[in-house]
Design a protein around this ligand. Structure first.
Ligand code: IPD
Ligand code: CA
Ligand code: CA
Ligand code: CA
Length: 267
């Protein structure tokens, strides 16, 4: 394993321990709100601290961007860790055991190492650029589905900004009617990991942040899938509007989404 991936795995497991211990004592979780339907807890922050402690001890000069603490500029700007200490906070707060730790390392702007860890199931998804993707050490691959017929498609609802709800619902409807069924599981990082593992055939969501998708994107690409923005371009890490699937399913999804995009969504 690449030494930097090894550090990422150690950090993800440390955060996972913090999260699982806290999950077992729901009444002690302190929830505050960052905005409409946007929760954060003391556990998000404790998990983040555990991750940053391990990474910054191993690589004190590297830069960090993490959901709760923002940007930490290191001496070395070529190495940037992109961290979501707890992806799926709403599930966590409600006692639904589906959430993850997501850690990616970007080297000169390119995602190079990735870990998505589901601490409840003990599922560790990893990828190194050019080396494939693994689940608990075993190679995973995107399902080579040819069309939406028979497919399971994951998505996230636009629960924070409901401005384009009608447009979202139209694309949802088009894809839902053609597919076998859809899932809204509540963790973008795991949605992408599940595409990589061939558990779902495709995934799309709007309004995500770099820490939601950085690790999951490398998992999908290294597992043989494609990741684009909702218009089929490559602006997804800036816009946060993302589609991931096998090449053929992605093409079909983008064609189904495109007619319903407002100008503001077209990225
Ligand atoms: C959220 C989850 C969710 C997605 C949201 C994200 P968080 O991340 O990934 O599935 O729909 O848009 O913000 O806030 O729980 O880390
Ligand atoms: Ca959050
Ligand atoms: Ca997240
Ligand atoms: Ca988070």
């Amino acid at each position: 394993m690449h030494p930097m991936l090894n550090i990422a795995v150690r950090a993800a497991r440390a955060a996972g321990n913090v999260i699982v211990r806290a999950f077992e004592q729901q009444d002690k979780i302190e929830v505050t709100s960052k905005g409409l339907n946007d929760f954060v807890t003391n556990v998000d922050k404790a998990a983040e601290e555990a991750i940053i402690e391990i990474i910054s001890k191993a690589y004190p000069k590297h830069s960090i961007v993490s959901e709760e603490c923002g940007v930490i500029d290191g001496e070395d700007k070529d190495f940037q860790w992109v961290i979501d200490p707890l992806d799926g906070t709403t599930n966590f707060v409600k006692g639904i055991p589906h959430f993850a730790v997501s850690i990616a390392l970007k080297v000169k702007g390119k995602i190079d190492q990735a870990v998505v860890f589901d601490p409840i199931r003990g599922e560790l998804f990893t990828a190194s650029r050019g080396k494939g993707a693994q689940l608990n050490g075993f190679r995973i691959r995107v399902k080579n589905s040819k069309e939406l017929t028979g497919a399971i498609v994951a998505t996230g609802f636009p629960f924070k900004q409901k401005f384009h709800l009608d447009n979202y619902m139209e694309m949802f409807k088009t894809i839902f009617v053609k597919s076998a069924d859809m899932r809204r599981a509540g963790s973008a990082a795991l949605d992408l990991a599940y595409v990589a593992a061939g558990r779902v055939d495709g995934y799309f969501e709007f309004g995500l942040k770099p820490w939601d998708t950085a690790a999951g994107e490398l998992l999908v690409v290294e597992a043989g899938g494609l990741v684009t923005d909702v218009n089929g371009g490559l602006n997804h890490s800036q816009s946060g509007n993302i589609v991931a699937a096998s090449p053929k399913v992605l093409k079909e999804m983008v064609a189904d989404i495109r007619p319903h995009l407002t100008d503001a969504m077209k990225k």
